[in-house]
Design a protein around this ligand. Structure first.
Ligand SMILES: Cc1ncc(COP(=O)(O)O)c(C=O)c1O
Length: 410
């Protein structure tokens, strides 16, 4: 049977797979790998949320199919969050929908709005579903830079001027995965003005809305007057309440876009399990000190990691939000690229990171380090990295051998 299915051919092999396979092999051989690879929160979900789930699941009525758009109480809780946090009013009936994680919402909205060959503008590097959701939906992608500045706005204008057909949508994600860059309201206002004038849909991914440091909360694009004419924004409980496995996210904003997503979802799913949705509402409506505690933990990890890396001789930028350090490959290793450097870190320092190439070709000069290990493990990792950086020759010779072997094998 010919396995070259049309959609599968549009999906390149997973860049992270090579490093993941090496990680698994090292672990199987007994190595203690300190894993900063996946952005998978390691903190437990706060107990009051777990208790709400346990209490709700006892009621057999919750075992039936749920509601694909999300239970009304949870959509209302999201509207309450937007009102309190951003001063944005949402109609829970028409401007909010619950998704099975924000990733599902992004992918299914892409399905809903994309026709064959439609062009979508996506920053590079970015979280993979931002482009692949559209590629799976038979769209085509044109890359934009990721820095939210005047050069971005120029590139956006050029992309619209020179693309045929004209782009239908633009994806934004601030705080950004993987770069940790943040955007302000002034930037959002310029993008909204442009996209309203050009009739371009905006998908804003605000998965890290509450993971910010030094007291500066990231804004929502929906705060811009008129944004709802063109924009829909995705939020998630995965990072805010350490609930990645629960699979609860949201889309909010333009009613036509929310309606399109609801229509596609009505054919595909029956909504997240009701007890999970009830517990999610308890998360949004309940005490928020757990969120401040989570933020403080990530901030401490950030400080320990940045400090340790700088002491090791690896100068990295200090992120003001997200749970990532976007680290340029340090000098003696720059030429290796992000995949070979990630393998080298794994082999010689027993530290796993994500190669920047996995987020797009413009990410290849960096690796992404996720703040998902505790401070003691972070210190252990930076000590190993310091050793590696203070004597890079053996690791470099090893990497050169590996590269030669791989060329010979081809
Ligand atoms: C930018 C961004 N969007 C969305 C997601 C997925 O979130 P969820 O668990 O809600 O699907 C992630 C997860 O890492 C992310 O980094």
């Amino acid at each position: 049977m010919n396995t070259e299915f049309h959609r599968i051919r549009r999906l390149p092999p997973y860049v992270f797979a090579e490093v993941n396979a090496m990680k698994a092999a090292a672990r199987a051989a007994g190595a203690d790998i300190i894993d900063f690879g996946m952005g998978n929160p390691d903190l437990p979900t706060p107990p009051h949320i777990v208790e709400k789930l346990v209490e709700t699941v006892q009621d057999p009525r919750t075992h039936r199919y749920s509601n694909s758009r999300g239970i009304p109480g949870l959509r209302k809780a999201l509207a309450g969050y937007y009102q309190k946090r951003f001063g944005v009013t949402l109609d829970p009936e028409t401007e909010a929908i619950v998704t099975i994680g924000s990733k599902e919402g992004l992918a299914n909205l892409a399905q809903a709005i994309t026709g064959p060959g439609d062009m979508i503008l996506v920053p590079n590097p970015s979280y993979p579903i931002h482009q692949f959701g559209f590629i799976i939906a038979d769209g085509t992608v044109r890359y934009l830079p990721v820095e939210p500045d005047d050069a971005f706005l120029d590139a956006l204008e050029r992309a619209v001027l020179h693309s045929q057909p004209k782009p239908v949508a633009l994806v934004l994600c601030y705080p950004s995965n993987p770069t940790a860059l943040t955007a302000d309201l002034e930037f959002y206002a310029k993008v909204v003005e442009f996209c309203r004038a050009q009739d371009i849909i905006i998908l804003s991914d605000l998965a890290y809305s509450e993971i910010y440091f030094d007291g500066v909360p990231p804004p929502s694009i929906l705060q811009i007057p008129g944004a709802k004419d063109v924009a829909v924004e995705f939020t998630s409980l995965s990072k805010t309440y350490s609930m990645p496995g629960w699979r609860i996210g949201f889309a909010a904003g333009n009613p036509r876009l929310i309606g399109a997503l609801a229509r596609v979802k009505s054919y595909l799913d029956y909504g997240a399990f009701t007890p999970i949705q009830v517990a999610a509402a308890a998360a949004l409506n309940g005490p928020q000190d757990c969120v401040a505690e989570t933020r403080a933990i990530y901030q401490e990890r950030r400080d320990v990691l940045v400090d340790g890396l700088v002491r090791a001789g690896w100068d990295v930028p200090v992120p003001s939000a997200s749970m990532y350090i976007w680290a340029p490959i340090p000098e003696p290793f720059t030429a290796l690229g992000s995949v070979a450097f990630s393998k080298l870190l794994l082999k010689h320092a027993h530290v796993a990171v994500s190669p920047g190439l996995g987020f797009g070709e413009n990410g290849d000069g960096h690796v992404r380090i996720a703040l998902v290990e505790n401070t003691q493990r972070i210190r252990q990792a930076t000590r190993s990295i310091k050793q590696l950086l203070s004597d890079p020759d053996k690791a470099l010779a090893d990497a050169a051998d590996a590269a030669q072997m791989s060329v010979a094998a081809k």
